[in-house]
Design a protein around this ligand. Structure first.
Ligand code: LMR
Length: 393
């Protein structure tokens, strides 16, 4: 049977991890996969996570199964962090998932179950795993314009025009904050205009919220999601705790499905069913740590403070890089880096320039010229700026 298998094209982001490891140069710089790193290049375990782990080790008495849709306390705490008080709890169905990718996969499975003919609309560009999973599931997909390659900002006219073509019942995937891969984000007025068009078209919003707390702040980054949640009768939200709790390998995510109060129990039952079909019980360790942190005043305050340090560090790296590029190129054309938010910025370099940066300068970024800002530090910012100025002018 295995003779029938065709080789798979490796994931372009994850492939960079290995290429970087295999590079023997000491001065190499990794701006690839979206993982936070401190100035020493370490992805630290957050203080509150360490404290919660210790407490858990001391107090945990069983590792028996938890709920099929995850531990209810986690689902409640995570939903509160994401939704605030934007919707009444009796509209919220939720399931704990293996990371944000697991939440996206389960959301797509739910769409397929409920509305197999629906088209899922994706921003152009988007995280490459979005179209990959949709294609794998054999679902229909379409693209809406999002990024203006000239300004490296939003192509707002293209976005609104394309969303105007969405059919009733279609699903529109939106990045709740910190757009991946571009770093260009809608402001509140633009979000409201997007909601107007989606409402007029009878579309179902599906929000990917993987970077809450990495853009403008924990509450600020959830504002668009909360606005959509309050306005639309049916909404899907796939959220990740990988980044904002720094627990990447624990695989902690949540899928939230908002519906009419009358449909909630059925939606909840379907979420549990889908978990059972795919992996039975979701991973619990990371979810338990997140719950302990969110439910404890001192741990929560410390986690929020460290998350804010992480956010401000990335913001300051953005400003340093924009300044260094102004000095290195004698122009303001990379000023957009300071306007972008989150971990990523798409620089707008050609694929050839990206290869030259890797081969000649040991600088690793995704082929579409997405950089992970957190891969930089005070020492490497001017090195990157000089290399970009040499390669791209
Ligand atoms: C990224 O975009 O780099 C992250 O979301 C990691 C991943 O799984 O691709």
């Amino acid at each position: 049977m295995f003779e029938a298998l065709k080789p798979q094209v490796p994931d372009q982001i994850l492939q960079l991890i290995q290429m970087y490891k295999d590079d023997l140069r000491a001065a190499k710089i990794d701006l690839g996969v979206g993982v936070y790193k401190d100035a020493t290049g370490l992805t630290p375990v957050m203080r509150a996570v360490k404290a919660a782990q210790k407490l858990l080790w001391e107090t945990e008495v069983t590792k028996t199964y938890t709920g099929l849709a995850g531990e209810p306390a986690f689902n409640l705490a995570a939903a509160r962090m994401i939704l605030g008080d934007s919707v009444p709890v009796d509209r919220v169905a939720s399931a704990s998932t293996p990371g944000g990718t697991g939440a996206i996969r389960q959301a797509l499975e739910l769409i397929k179950l409920a509305s197999p003919e629906a088209t899922v609309w994706l921003s152009n560009p988007t995280w490459p795993n979005h179209p990959s999973i949709i294609k794998y599931l054999g679902m229909k997909m379409a693209e809406y314009r999002y990024f203006d390659a000239e300004t490296r900002g939003i192509d707002f006219h293209g976005l609104i025009t394309d969303l105007g073509r969405v059919a009733p019942g279609d699903v529109v995937l939106l990045h709740g904050c910190c757009h991946n891969p571009t770093g260009a984000n809608l402001n509140a007025v633009e979000w409201a205009a997007v909601a107007d068009v989606l409402e007029a078209r009878g579309a179902i919003p599906f929000i990917d919220l993987a970077y809450q707390g990495f853009g403008d702040g924990l509450e600020e980054d959830a504002a668009a999601t909360r606005m959509i949640a309050a306005r639309f009768p049916q909404v899907l939200i796939a959220a990740s705790c990988s980044k904002n709790f720094g627990i990447y390998r624990e695989r902690t995510g949540i899928l939230i499905a908002l519906s009419d109060v009358k449909q909630r129990a059925t939606v909840q039952g379907n979420l549990a069913f889908l978990n059972r079909q795919n992996f039975s019980f979701p991973p619990d360790h990371g979810a338990r740590l997140v719950t302990m942190i969110l439910e404890d005043d001192a741990l929560r305050a410390d986690w929020k403070a460290e998350l804010e340090e992480v956010r401000l560090n990335m913001l300051s790296l953005r400003h340093s890089l924009a300044d260094a590029l102004r000095d290195a190129t004698g122009s303001d054309r990379y000023g957009f880096i300071a306007q972008h938010r989150g971990m990523f910025s798409r620089l707008g370099l050609t694929p050839e320039q990206v290869v030259t940066l890797r081969v000649e300068h040991g600088i690793y970024m995704v082929g579409d010229s997405r950089i992970n800002i957190a891969g930089l530090n005070a020492h490497t910012v001017p090195i990157l700026a000089a290399a970009i100025a040499t390669v791209a002018g």
